[in-house]
Design a protein around this ligand. Structure first.
Ligand code: NAD
Length: 380
């Protein structure tokens, strides 16, 4: 017989479990919250902004698309017409700072190449706007600190586009890991990678800040941290890159790393630009869970094993997908006066660990992580 607790998990009443742990999408309006949709300006009209993010506003309760920023007039016209954005709300990079005079813009969503995140986020804060910034938050922990400081000075909120933190299977896995029903967590593994096509900014260090780790391996790092539910204390890493491959003249291909957490959890993580992976596993003393694909745009699957019995968790369809839930979360935090989940500090933690991963691979030794990881950047 399954216990009630176990039945909850195994039968897949996952949304309930996630909400019980305060991890639900939190998307439903509560009576205290004003029913206003806050306006987003999207900066950078590339693949992710136009193909994944912009279509999601139709499913948002608290967010609407009100402005566009691009260096390409044809894109401003095309997407401006498609989304009904008036000409007065279409900006080039040259007149970006004048967004300060537009009351229809509450939030600026930075979807530019990584090396541009800090500058455009800081200028948005200086214009008095709240900031949503894509992952990786920036190309260094120091840049993240400057972004956090700028938003704090301006009194605006800062959130990072960690959409998986709003995806039901990931939420269910986090809640299950924290519930103790699989026993204390011992081992986490997470693999993320794809085959990188040549000739793109991702392969140019000045624009990307690094290779697979900055782009896709960061999902392995995120999963390790949100499944462990604590901050790592030490990391070791190894890199393998064929420098004769023109794609990897300035950035790494594969970099694997192991994180050790205070409770003893070990997380082994894969990051690759030359092979396809998208999964995580968590092993407790009483059972395990496995997600694959774990952090994709769609098609997530999750299995749980206990007492030698493996079952797939079938979650009810969410009210809104991970993208819409992420877009709605920041307006809710702004209106409620709370810190958003996936805050700037969360992005800073990842960049601080990423710097230690690169250093470990370079120096061939384990790197201790600073205790401030758990609290936030100095001066925070
Ligand atoms: P992309 O190349 O498709 O888009 C980048 C945009 O920036 C383009 O419109 C380009 O014209 C513009 N741009 C402005 N100045 C530029 C310059 N100097 N060099 C190059 N481009 C310049 O890239 P993308 O895939 O949309 O990625 C954009 C950001 O979104 C990245 O930070 C990436 O990590 C992030 N992203 C996140 C996810 C996710 O699932 N959360 C998925 C894809 C991308």
């Amino acid at each position: 017989m399954m216990t009630a607790n176990r039945r909850t998990i195994m039968a897949g009443a996952g949304a309930g479990l996630a909400v019980a742990y305060g991890l639900g999408s939190g998307a439903r309006a509560n009576a205290a919250q004003p029913q206003r949709k806050l306006g987003y300006a999207i900066v950078g009209l590339g693949y992710y902004a136009t193909q994944q993010i912009m279509p999601q506003f139709r499913d948002c309760e608290f967010a609407r698309l009100t402005a566009l920023v691009s260096g390409t007039p044809e894109k401003l016209e095309r997407y401006g017409e498609e989304y009904g954005i008036p000409v007065t709300h279409r900006y080039s990079y040259a007149d970006y700072d004048s967004i300060r005079d537009n009351p229809d813009i509450d939030i600026v969503y930075v979807v530019l190449p990584n090396a541009m995140h800090a500058e455009y986020s800081i200028r948005a804060a200086q214009a008095g706007k709240h900031v949503m910034c894509e992952k990786p938050m920036a190309v260094s922990a120091a840049e993240c600190e400057a972004m956090i400081a700028a938003c704090r000075k301006a009194g605006t909120k800062l959130m990072i586009g960690y959409r998986s933190q709003f995806e039901p299977h990931n939420l269910h896995a986090m809640a299950l890991a924290q519930s103790g029903d699989l026993g204390p967590t011992q081992i986490i593994t997470s693999e993320h990678g794809f085959y990188a096509q040549p000739n793109q900014w991702r392969l140019e260090r000045p624009m990307s800040g690094g290779g697979s780790l900055m782009d896709i391996g960061i999902y392995s790092l995120q999963a390790a941290r949100y499944l462990a539910g604590e901050e790592p204390v030490e990391v070791t890493a190894m890199e393998s890159t064929d420098r004769s491959d023109p794609r990897f003249a300035s950035v790494e291909d594969r970099i694997d790393f192991v994180l050790r957490f205070p409770s003893g959890i070990m997380a082994s993580c894969v990051s690759s630009y030359s092979s396809n992976h998208n999964n995580f596993r968590l092993h407790g003393t009483e059972g395990w869970l496995r997600a694959e694909p774990a952090t994709a745009y769609t098609g997530h699957r999750l299995w749980v094993e206990r007492d030698g019995q493996t079952q797939e968790i079938n979650l009810p369809p969410p009210d809104k997908n991970q993208f819409a839930a992420q877009l709605d979360h920041l307006p809710q935090a702004i209106m409620a006066g709370t810190q958003p989940r996936a805050s700037g500090e969360e992005g800073w933690r990842d960049l601080s660990i990423i710097e230690a991963i690169y250093r470990s691979a370079r120096e061939g030794r384990a790197i201790r992580l600073p205790e401030t990881l758990a609290t936030g950047p100095a001066g925070a």
